[in-house]
Design a protein around this ligand. Sequence first.
Ligand SMILES: Nc1nc2c(c(=O)[nH]1)N[C@H]1C(S)=C(S)[C@@H](COP(=O)(O)OP(=O)(O)OC[C@H]3O[C@@H](n4cnc5c(=O)[nH]c(N)nc54)[C@H](O)[C@@H]3O)O[C@H]1N2
Ligand SMILES: Nc1nc2c(c(=O)[nH]1)N[C@H]1C(S)=C(S)[C@@H](COP(=O)(O)OP(=O)(O)OC[C@H]3O[C@@H](n4cnc5c(=O)[nH]c(N)nc54)[C@H](O)[C@@H]3O)O[C@H]1N2
Ligand SMILES: [Mo]
Length: 816
Amino acid sequence: MKRRDFIKASVLAASVAQASRIDGITQTIFDNKKVFGANRFGLFWANTNSAQLVSVSDFEGDKFPNTMNYSLPDSIQNENRVLYPMVRKSYLKAGKPSKSELRGKDEFVRVSWDTALDLAAKALKENFDKYGAESIYGECYWWGGSGKVSWGRTVAHRMLKVLGGYVEESGDYSTGAGLVIMPHVLGSSAVYDTPTKWKAIVKNAKNVVFWGTDPIVTNQISSIPPTHDCYIGMQDLKKAGTKTFSVNVMTNDTARYYGSETILVRPNTDTAMIIGMCHHLFTSGLYDAEFIKKYTVGFNKFKAYFMGETDDKIVKDAAWASKICGVPAETIAKFAETIAKEPTTVLIGRALQRADHGEQPFWALVVLNAMLGHIGKEGLGFEFSLGYNSSGGTDKIAPVLKGISTRISEKYENVGGAPWKTTKNITIPSSRSIEALEHPGKEIDYDGTKIKLPHMRVAYMASGSIFTRHQDVNNIVKQWRKFDTVITAEPYWTSTAKFSDIVLPVAIEVERNDINQTGSTGEYIVAYKPVITPMGESRSDYWICQQICKRWGREEVFTEGKDELGWMREFYADAQEQAKNLSVSMPSFEEFYENGFVRFEKDNTETELYTRLAAFRENPNKNRLGTPSGKIEIYSPTIAKFGYSDCPAHPTWLEPKEWLGDAKKTAKYPLHIVSPHSRYRLHSQLNNSIIRNFAEVSGREPILVNPADAKERGLATGDIVRVFNDRGEILAGVLVTDIVPPRVAAICEGAWYDPQNWGEKSLCQHGCVNVLTFDKGTSSLAQSNSAHTALAQIEKFKGEIRPLTAFSKPKILQSL
Ligand SMILES: Nc1nc2c(c(=O)[nH]1)N[C@H]1C(S)=C(S)[C@@H](COP(=O)(O)OP(=O)(O)OC[C@H]3O[C@@H](n4cnc5c(=O)[nH]c(N)nc54)[C@H](O)[C@@H]3O)O[C@H]1N2
Ligand SMILES: Nc1nc2c(c(=O)[nH]1)N[C@H]1C(S)=C(S)[C@@H](COP(=O)(O)OP(=O)(O)OC[C@H]3O[C@@H](n4cnc5c(=O)[nH]c(N)nc54)[C@H](O)[C@@H]3O)O[C@H]1N2
Ligand SMILES: [Mo]
């Protein structure tokens, strides 16, 4: 088959939605194929037979292939795929919003694509026309699907921009507090800046501190297909025998890989420990006074605070810190001394700031590093970004692939009054959506401004999973009813899909066309191809959004006359142009598409030893930071002006809303629940697949419990327990282990939500940890989520254990 014909044929295979599977199978029986594929887990070979994905095998160019991808055939060809467009019965009957209290209880009715799209397009348009952008919740979120053309999040945003505007969230759940505090401290968002290279760290560091980070686990996935080069650097670090520390609430995989000296800190108390270290460095004369003088402002104000010269009169020494964080004072002092005296790199994770007052530990860590004085020396100082995205490997000399955006071409200014030109998106801080549903019109503080929470009426959900992502799930269930219409584009019957009115079945990476570039070194430009026929009638997010725009008479505004392959060609051609200037060669599009990838081989030696803030260290006048002073702000006059009691003007220890030091609260709920990211999935993704069998305990999400806590409660590994607090209750499977210290219990985020009764404050039978967490902004500054702040109690579950329903389909009617 000629290349062009091959492309046409595969597009056809993907686009004939009603094609009979039986015909497909008889035509293609025993046609073993090995096709290149890529997704957020990595690069792989997809082995197909008879139009099915039979297995996934390692791609040679992926340095450390991610075993998660082996579960792909099971997760993709799973019985809980949404096969057809569906509408909730009461909604369909009325042809408009109806009986939202029956969401999650009503049956779904299979409908044609036309019916589903008509209803979705109508709900969006009518509400936008009547109530404006504030009525449309279009945040969507992040981790579902990928690609430069048909990623659900971007195309949904583009579609809602074509409508005129929508409600979006600034920042993110990952590092929302860091993103807002860092511009005040370092003059840039910092958390997403280019990170220091592993090579530079391995070459120069005598100590590497993993502070609240577990990169062995979290580097497995990436926002763009990873080639996992980071693990080369991480392996080299081990080979070099560099001393490592892990400051954490448990002994995590990274600490075990390196055999790190683990300093166990009480959850959410790192700020106190860091301030205690600063006090010790200052009083013992071990801090770098010259660095502080040359590169920072406001040290004296912070010094007065930790020396007990401010209103509270408390000397914040190591002994003071020890009482709060649980680390012996001598350990705090010795640790501070070691990392001050020897070349040290501090790698900072994000869980630290996904907690009440999450701005503080990030700020405090920057200040501690300023006192250590290593910042900007080759491979040394602090780093926020080596815990994900496979970062820190050697860059390739490669073009940068463009992608579809929400920018609407000026060509279409005469279409439909071009509402996107006159309307503006409404932006609320990340994770404040449920608060908006609960209190529309309420004014909240945010980074020196006031934000009025919008009155949202319609939700368009794609690429995200709110019931596993967001905090206080029982409250989500309650507030979610306030939406008149919920439209969800999903490949699976997730809880979000089940709690919707209109469900649009989505084709995922191996079922559709797209293009992407690998991260973080840029080594490959990759093609996503429909290697199997999309399940049921599922279609790409791009196609879905295009069809909705078509119903508003604005199809071309969305497509600019291009289908997915058309966009792929355009982005590829742009990369070819760049490649010419870089003197690297790229094959024709057809050749690239057939092959599945193009590789850029040449290392970029210029950035090989890149170190964060090296330029600033070298010349602070020429390379001023973006802060008002141009220096690191230990005290921020800007934040002082905001006058927030929950985010003062220098790093400050503030008690979290719930923590182990609060005797009154721990009397009832004595355990701190932390919810790290799982090595067995990407948030909630893959939890519906066979990989669950490697992770679960007694068919539930595991809860890691210390032997002492288990003994006190008569618990053994394999027991099913009820984990509860005032917000809710979940079941989980006990794993007794001293990986977690006494009074800390860990349940990974992302287990599918499985309420016994949809709609009431219900027991989750499966272990979705966010039933227990609370929904509160970190502070008036960032208003990000506080997912890692939660106390609870555990007891052996004595009730009836029912079969799980999380992974089953809802009741489906073939017609009304
Ligand atoms: N307690 C607690 N909660 C947390 C965290 C924590 O540490 N603790 N971490 C937080 C963080 S950092 C994050 S980033 C969030 C993650 O939150 P999300 O990004 O919401 O997480 P996912 O579970 O990956 O959701 C992706 C959804 O997209 C769907 N999907 C897959 N492919 C496609 C596609 O091609 N198209 C469409 N339309 N959908 C698709 C998947 O089935 C899945 O339902 O969770 C946050 N929540
Ligand atoms: N396999 C896998 N990898 C992922 C993801 C996934 O879902 N699965 N998600 C990706 C995403 S979206 C993100 S944002 C990143 C998240 O990256 P991180 O936020 O860095 O990851 P977490 O697992 O939440 O937490 C990292 C470590 O912090 C520790 N910790 C928790 N609370 C505290 C505390 O109070 N103090 C200290 N010192 N340590 C604490 C945890 O025990 C854990 O070892 O990971 C990315 N990588
Ligand atoms: Mo994240």
